[in-house]
Design a protein around this ligand. Structure first.
Ligand SMILES: Nc1nc2c(c(=O)[nH]1)N[C@H]1C(S)=C(S)[C@@H](COP(=O)(O)OP(=O)(O)OC[C@H]3O[C@@H](n4cnc5c(=O)[nH]c(N)nc54)[C@H](O)[C@@H]3O)O[C@H]1N2
Ligand SMILES: Nc1nc2c(c(=O)[nH]1)N[C@H]1C(S)=C(S)[C@@H](COP(=O)(O)OP(=O)(O)OC[C@H]3O[C@@H](n4cnc5c(=O)[nH]c(N)nc54)[C@H](O)[C@@H]3O)O[C@H]1N2
Ligand SMILES: [Mo]
Length: 574
């Protein structure tokens, strides 16, 4: 959002099949985004090169053309060194940089300090490998750069994202079919949640909260003034709870007592609230602390409405089974609560809510239920207007260029697909960066390497990083009863060498402690990790409450904690 004005993946999944280089950076795409990875695999069959940048030898790394086992928390040094090589070897897209970007000189000066040799010392990646991947990316005709939590879940996660976007700007791999910059979305509707304004500083459709025009518009349609001040992000909420400024909370579809970092601390804060409401489809640990549980929520299979996926595609979801017992969909519960407060909401069905959204957010204005049924899913931005009219009147060259018309919130209303057929919605974003007169340039954000807040030392000699496994989901509420699956318990990934030093064998219990907590978990001896590094999933918080170990070191700008790095000690359990 800071660079391009919109917070979303710029390409569509289909484009992974028609690109030359795919970089997965801090992203276990195969296990965590299997649908997207399927498209990438087709791309690889079509000749695309796959580069994996991950401290662990995940399965995807074994199949990649190049795997860079970067040390945890050193990605900025790696990205800066790649930029250093691209500039030094004159491989960057000069005309694009001149025409479409800002702040290049400051960026050039910054990365001048990051030679591949210096980066090798920081990241552990041989300088020649850094050069090879830099050349591969910069020289490609089309390339996509994709990242997730290995980049963002650090105390300086935003800087990590800037470092990667800088590479895309430098090489001009943005705003063209088959090239783009993609934060892959974690949950089925996490893009939609943000698009609907479930963010402290945004209104529906990406409007800035404090934009006077938006405030007026929303106030009129909603029939109530919009509070002038932006809200708090997750980290600020915890701080305010600690300071006693927040005394009540309503939690919907989240289990923060087990998903927030430093669980012993956060659970205490939730327990101290005067009033806690939890609305969930299961009774979670957070739910057990609540004064009121609304167990009435219905799951996605029992609901009707829309989701927005990670390629900005609005899709219909239809009720497949009836909700059990008294369970009701979330929007019905919210409407009932609002009306007990006297709000007078009169939505009869999800489509009524959607049409209100369309009236407020230009990006969605052209996405009607009728068109969703007709096209089976539409990528925003999609402006209102007759689609048939546009497709009839649109010159072919414009369709081929992938852009028809522009507006202040995004780029296009209609694009061509691979066969040059007009299609509704926007396949890829920021085509305007390739216009002769660029309306809104994208700025470079020069950033420096800064390692994790808590590094291993004598007392806590191992680095712990945490994440996910294919068959399980987040805090396990929805998957932990799935006992038949192999490895249906938490296992600490540790090298043979480290396990040997501790006198621990595969499958034996160990005690893992950080400065914040201690848990017992079985060891899994594996070559997936490297000496000094251990890994835990966080899917079994009853038996292995991993977030009792993690550190609440937060990037204040994003509100995201450093789940990906803390220091622990490991002892055999006798
Ligand atoms: N099966 C399954 N799929 C899921 C989920 C699930 O729980 N289970 N959860 C969903 C959600 S909410 C999300 S947000 C996504 C997350 O998807 P991912 O981000 O892909 O998942 P993670 O396993 O958390 O982390 C990805 C990788 O980051 C690496 N890593 C750790 N530290 C660093 C570092 O400093 N640098 C680099 N380069 N890499 C590092 C880890 O080794 C790990 O392989 O997955 C979604 N999909
Ligand atoms: N150590 C460590 N911790 C992490 C991470 C990590 O990598 N490492 N990753 C972080 C990330 S990226 C994320 S996204 C969070 C996830 O953290 P949470 O969102 O707290 O975890 P989930 O287990 O996905 O909880 C979702 C809840 O929603 C409920 N639910 C499902 N469908 C519905 C519905 O339709 N309506 C309602 N009302 N409820 C529903 C489920 O029952 C479940 O209890 O965890 C974070 N915590
Ligand atoms: Mo997530």
């Amino acid at each position: 959002m800071a660079v391009f004005g919109t917070g979303a993946a710029t390409t569509s999944y289909e484009e992974f099949e028609h690109t030359d280089v795919i970089i997965c950076w801090g992203s276990n795409t195969q296990e965590c985004h299997p649908i997207i990875y399927n498209h990438m695999r087709r791309g690889m069959k079509n000749g695309a090169k796959m580069v994996v940048i991950d401290p662990r030898k995940i399965d995807q790394a074994k199949r990649a053309d190049k795997w860079l086992p970067v040390r945890v928390g050193t990605d900025i040094a790696l990205a800066n060194a790649m930029a250093h090589v691209i500039i030094e070897e004159d491989l960057y897209d000069k005309s694009f940089v001149e025409r479409a970007t800002e702040n290049f000189e400051a960026f050039r000066e910054k990365v001048a300090g990051y030679s591949p040799e210096r980066a090798e010392k920081i990241t552990g990646i041989p300088a020649d490998d850094i050069r090879e991947v830099a050349r591969m990316y910069a020289k490609a005709d089309k390339a996509t750069l994709n990242w997730t939590l290995g980049i963002t879940e650090h105390h300086n996660g935003l800087d990590g994202v800037f470092a990667l976007i800088n590479l895309g700007l430098l090489s001009g791999h943005i705003g063209k079919y088959g090239s783009g910059l993609n934060p892959l979305r974690g949950q089925n509707n996490v893009q939609g949640g943000g698009d609907m304004g479930a963010l402290p500083n945004r209104l529906v459709g990406g409007w800035n909260w404090d934009d006077p025009e938006a405030q007026e518009n929303f106030g009129r349609v909603w029939g109530a003034p919009i509070p002038p001040k932006v809200g708090k992000n997750q980290a600020e909420i915890l701080d305010a709870m600690e300071a006693g400024e927040i005394r009540a909370m309503y939690v919907i579809g989240e289990n923060p007592c087990q998903s927030d970092a430093d669980e012993n601390h956060s659970s205490k804060l939730f327990g101290n609230l005067d009033f806690l409401v939890v609305q969930d489809i299961f009774l979670t640990k957070t739910g057990r602390l609540a004064d009121v549980v609304l167990p009435a929520a219905a799951s996605w299979a029992e609901s009707d409405g829309t989701f927005v996926n990670g390629e900005r595609r609005v899709q219909r979801v239809r009720k497949a089974v009836e909700p059990p017992g008294e369970a009701r969909p979330d929007e019905e519960i919210l409407t009932a609560v609002a009306n007990r407060m006297g709000a007078g909401w009169s939505y009869e069905r999800p489509e009524d809510i959607w049409n209100e959204i369309r009236a407020l957010a230009p990006n969605f204005s052209g996405i009607t239920y009728e068109r969703l049924d007709k096209y089976g899913g539409i990528q925003w931005p999609c402006l209102d207007g007759s689609i048939e009219e546009i497709s009839d009147n649109t010159p072919k060259e414009q369709l081929a260029a992938g852009t028809v018309g522009t507006h202040d919130k995004g780029t296009t209303a209609v694009t061509a697909d691979v066969e040059d057929k007009p299609q509704v919605g926007t396949k890829f974003m920021h085509a305007q960066l390739w216009a002769e007169e660029v309306e809104k340039r994208a700025p470079f954000h020069p950033v420096d390497h800064e390692g994790p807040v808590e590094m291993p030392d004598e007392a806590y000699p191992f680095q712990l990083t945490t994440g996910r496994r294919l068959a399980f989901y987040n805090t396990g509420t929805m998957t932990r009863d799935y006992k038949k699956v192999k490895d249906a318990e938490e296992l600490l990934e540790i090298t043979e060498e480290d396990a040997g030093k501790l006198g621990v064998e595969d499958g034996e219990m160990v005690k893992v402690s950080s400065r914040r907590g201690t848990i017992n978990v079985k060891a899994r001896v594996t070559d997936k990790v490297s000496p000094g590094l251990v890994f835990l999933g966080y899917h079994f918080p009853e038996d292995a409450p991993v977030n009792q170990l993690t550190i609440n070191a937060v990037d204040p700008r994003s509100g995201t904690a450093e789940f990906k790095a803390c220091a622990v000690k490991i002892e055999p359990v006798v």
